[in-house]
Design a protein around this ligand. Structure first.
Ligand code: ATP
Length: 297
């Protein structure tokens, strides 16, 4: 018997970052949108905990107990007093270290898959609390749709989405480490007053209306200057997407994946074709959002 869970990637349509707190974390106001690029996490009984991974980025995924999927299985097993004797297989389509919460998706997927396999019957709130312990973006991977995350990004409020948004994602030929991007944010912030992060009412309104033009006018990512400082070539990719007709171009989360919001599916195909032809991206994908969170298939 095995259980497979499909989990989407995310893009941040707003990522507001506060000053570093004494514990080193940053308060965030994070507006997440789940988009249709998926990892599939399959769990099956085994003699002991084991992780395998397939996909274009598989070589970059750790297969030991630092893998977020393994940590999720261990956390649920300990909490429920069961043996974590399970083979976790990840079919990975979300870029690794791309700022699209791929590892978080696998953590949420493994948690839901193990809960189903073991029949632990954890409540939604219990699963969400375990997700929040695993990482700031993990609860959203479970919930999907669109949500505002505050605190470290993990305290979620579901948001209304009034229509489909069409995106293009361009993967870079190297990753960016999220902690390194936050360190660069702190360096750039020195001597400046950083306001409390708050959700933009205009972003929430544009999402609720399902209006891509209105959303494009207000998307924002406070980590973008730090990501561009560490990876200056991304600015050319953003320009290329704008030049091809994207309504908005931004770095996705901590990057280096770049995200392009387009008017419709046709425009997304055109932007994708131009970015592919530019030769500056490792791969280019189109995806729509919002989509559902972690789902047993
Ligand atoms: P976020 O958008 O949440 O900041 P990300 O998409 O930039 O994250 P991930 O793909 O989650 O980055 O990977 C970040 C690092 O986490 C990887 O370099 C890898 O070492 C580690 N990692 C742990 N578990 C996984 C996993 N299941 N899949 C991918 N990376 C993992």
């Amino acid at each position: 018997m095995s259980v497979t869970v499909r989990v989407p990637a995310k893009v941040n349509v707003q990522l507001a970052v506060g000053a570093a707190r004494p514990d080193g974390f940053h308060d965030l106001a994070n507006v997440f949108l789940a988009v249709g690029l998926y990892d599939e996490v399959t769990v099956a009984p085994a003699d002991e905990l084991r992780v395998t991974c397939e996909g274009p980025d598989a070589a970059q995924v750790p297969l030991d107990r630092t893998n977020l999927a393994a940590r999720a299985a261990l956390a649920l097993a300990e909490r429920r007093g069961v043996e974590p004797a399970v083979h976790i297989h990840i079919a990975k389509d979300i870029p690794v270290a791309g700022g699209m919460a791929g590892g978080s998706a696998d953590g949420a997927g493994a948690l839901l898959a193990c809960d189903t396999l073991w029949g632990t019957g954890a409540s939604r709130d219990e699963l969400l609390a375990l997700c929040a312990d695993l990482g700031s973006d993990v609860p959203f991977s479970l919930v999907g749709g669109a949500a505002l995350g505050v605190g470290r990004g993990e305290r979620l409020t579901t948001l209304d989405v009034g229509g489909t948004f069409h995106w293009v994602f361009a993967m870079a030929d190297r990753g960016l480490s999220t902690p390194a991007v936050f360190r660069e944010f702190d360096r750039l912030a020195q001597g400046r007053d950083i306001p409390e992060p708050t959700a933009s009412p205009e972003v929430l309104e544009a999402l609720a209306k399902g209006d891509p033009e209105a959303l494009a006018a207000v998307v924002s990512n406070d980590l973008q200057p730090a990501a561009l400082s560490l990876f200056p070539e991304l600015a050319d990719t953003l320009d290329a997407g704008r030049g091809a007709g994207a309504l908005a171009a931004l770095v996705s989360g901590s990057g280096p994946t770049t995200a392009f919001l387009t008017r419709d599916a046709e425009s997304a195909q055109k932007v994708a074709a131009v970015l592919r032809a530019s030769g500056r991206c490792r791969s280019v994908r189109t995806a729509q959002g919002a989509v559902a969170g972690a789902t047993v298939v």
